[in-house]
Design a protein around this ligand. Structure first.
Ligand code: PLP
Length: 395
């Protein structure tokens, strides 16, 4: 299948799979096996010597997983992709492959809580330093780059404040300085944002979120240029081994088929709720990349197809008021994930970003009255009524 000629909605359903090679099975088969048999001792020897293509052992490659990897490579416009057992396995595989002791990682101002934890672990155990930068201008970013910088790591929109980083601007600097630019594309998925088309080198995903879409899998993806992907496969996947299970890959293939229609609806509903919250007297501030007066609206328009399904907001008051609002909700569930059919709410200061010291957290814009909402697929009237009632109950 010549995926490049097709539109993304079609690629989500067909890329990476040709039923003709699988007895005509419409749906990719699940190869739930740890290992593969050889037809002769010589064949086994040739496969181990990489002289002959073929499966050996599922940590090194599995047909169901490869269908997913091919589909994700096409969706991200990447030369290749690899699937992992979690988003953090994907993030750690990339960072461990791109750095060695003494190197420096330059990061966007906010990163996912466990990515923050990993950066500290790399520093303590392997002397790999890091620095956070707002990445708000070329000059500012150039000033943060040191001769030891071997990786620029970006989240955009930044979790949970939804600040935006100009990917084209950072990619141009990465190219000039020959430093690979990595983007965590979890909040957007390839349907809303394509960092590789904008010049970035590698994309990571927590596939647990929008790619899966149904809250029943933990998985990760790395996609990008072959020169790094081959190293990631050899060093990180083969020898560190954070692989995805074939069944989880199979579930992801199923989830990805509906990614575009789900994200259209998530985005549409988030726009309605963002406006509802902004007009509410008990709300202090709403963070949503779709507002026309968002400080980076121009960059949003340039690099995101739609503003996505995540909203963060500050309730008037502090932690007490934020927690009271959560406790008064009934349809909206308290849980730390996003991108599911169910609308989810969480309190970053005590949940996803609890590991970040308060002072650092506040620099990232994570105050105690901030809440993050992942807008689901339920009827918008029901979600809004639940929020409205809980806000009313909130004293
Ligand atoms: C959830 C998440 C991760 C980590 O992914 P897991 O699948 O939970 O390991 C990384 N980055 C972002 C932006 C996330 O939301």
């Amino acid at each position: 299948m010549e995926g490049n000629e097709k539109r993304i909605e079609t690629k989500c359903i067909h890329s990476g799979y040709d039923s003709q090679f699988y007895n005509g099975s419409l749906i990719p088969p699940l190869f739930q096996t740890a290992t593969f048999t050889f037809s002769s001792a010589e064949e086994g020897a040739r496969r181990f010597a990489s002289e002959e293509a073929g499966y050996v052992y599922s940590r090194l490659g599995n047909p169901t997983v490869e269908i997913l990897e091919k589909r994700m490579a096409e969706l991200e416009g990447a030369e290749s992709a690899l699937a992992f057992g979690s988003g953090m396995a994907a993030v750690s595989s990339v960072l461990l492959t791109l750095t060695k002791a003494g190197d420096h990682i330059l990061c966007s101002q906010g990163v996912y809580g466990c990515t923050y934890g990993l950066l500290h672990l790399l520093e303590e155990k392997y002397q790999i330093s890091h620095q956070f930068s707002p990445m708000s201008s070329r000059e500012e970013l150039m000033n943060c780059i040191t001769p030891e910088t071997t990786c620029i790591y970006i989240e955009t929109p930044i979790n949970p404040t939804l600040d935006i980083v100009d990917l084209e601007m950072v990619a141009a600097i990465g190219k000039e300085k020959q430093i690979p630019v990595v983007v965590d594309n979890t909040f957007c998925s390839p349907y809303l944002q394509n960092p590789i088309a904008l010049g970035c080198d590698l994309v990571v995903h927590s596939a647990t979120k929008y790619l899966c879409g149904h809250g029943d899998v933990i998985a990760g993806i790395v996609a990008g240029k072959k020169e790094w992907m081959d190293d990631i496969a050899r060093q990180a996947r083969k020898d560190i081994g954070g692989i995805i299970s074939p069944f989880d890959a199979w579930l992801l293939l199923r989830g990805i088929k509906t990614l575009p229609i789900r994200l259209d609806r998530h985005s549409q509903q988030a726009a309605i709720l963002a406006n509802f919250l902004r007009d509410h007297e008990k709300i202090e501030q709403v963070y949503y990349p779709g507002f026309a007066d968002h400080p980076q609206a121009k960059i949003v328009a340039k690099q995101m197809k739609q503003p996505g399904g995540i909203i963060s907001f500050k309730i008037k008051g502090g932690q007490k008021e934020a927690q009271a609002l959560m406790n008064h909700l009934s349809l909206i569930k308290m849980a730390v994930s996003l991108g599911d059919a169910e609308t989810l709410i969480q309190h970053p200061a005590t949940m996803t970003h609890a590991v970040v010291p308060k002072e650092e957290r506040e620099k990232m814009g994570i105050e105690d009255n901030l809440l993050r909402l992942s807008v689901g697929l339920e009827a918008i009237e029901d979600i809004q009524a639940d929020l409205s009632e809980a806000l009313y109950q909130c004293k």
